[in-house]
Design a protein around this ligand. Sequence first.
Ligand code: UDP
Length: 323
Amino acid sequence: MKRVLVTGAAGFLGSHLCERFLKENYHVIGMDNLITGDLKNIEHLFPLKEFEFFHHDVSKFVHIPGTLDYILHFASPASPIDYLKIPIQTLKVGSLGTHNLLGLAKAKDATMLIASTSEVYGDPLVHPQNEDYWGNVNPIGPRGVYDEAKRFQEAITMAYHRFHGVQTRIARIFNTYGPRMRLNDGRVLPAFIGQALRGEDLTVFGDGSQTRSFCFVDDLIEGIYRLLLSNYVEPVNIGNPQEITIKEFAEEIIKLTGTSQKIIYQPLPQDDPKQRQPDISRAKKILGWEPKITRTEGLKITYEYFKSLPPQELNKKEHRQFH
Ligand code: UDP
């Protein structure tokens, strides 16, 4: 039985990855420091004998007993609101954490996949973004802590591959949504659905003409799975190329939820990318992968998930202890 380590296991993507690898008959070791992750996302896995969990911060030395075949590094705050609240941890998990895990991959002769991001393209001047574009990032802006950590992460991953011969994979993940997103993490989809469910107006930042392209989580996990098992070392965009303006997106959520609330406009956050759409030609060619789930289908599933949460979750403000 192959053994895989998933960091950020209690998070949105990490929890879905754990499930997928358990389904594929792997022994799964989950790791999370629970700063932004939540054990609720994986508590249903605890009874399984092929699942184990370590409460650990990967910015510190990582020890795993026994063999390891694969490492998927998905630990990181991933919403602009989180970067503002925990900038140092964001930098550390992408840099020190990645360094520790690459050392582990080298010691165990494991293949390591890193969760990189469309944020490496910054506020892109090339549209749609292909993997050969080097990006337009403000290193000292509010997003710099995430963007530069992720750019460093790619650099050190390639260095370990070239210098130490570690088998590595780089997934550049675009906006993704689905069940287990944190309701109050500030990201646009949980923000809009949460507002609709609470009977509040939907807050569009700026004039809403900025674009994003949203990928349903099941499609994303399939892309990551295929990339890990490929032998392709260069970065691969994984995302859904269906692009939409944030204003249109708010209108879709109003229609989906049937809320009688309206759109209100608030100031655009600093360095908010004006447009974002993945060019997925590489993923199509190398992995034979493309998204299958339409936004209509994916949003319906996600809305059902948020509706099924206990009402106290909906009104809960985030009281996380950040240190
Ligand atoms: N946004 C918005 N209203 C909200 C939250 C976000 O209009 O309540 C906008 C945000 O300014 C950005 C887009 O939605 O243009 C996506 O934001 P998100 O934080 O989800 O992620 P990003 O793609 O910017 O990393």
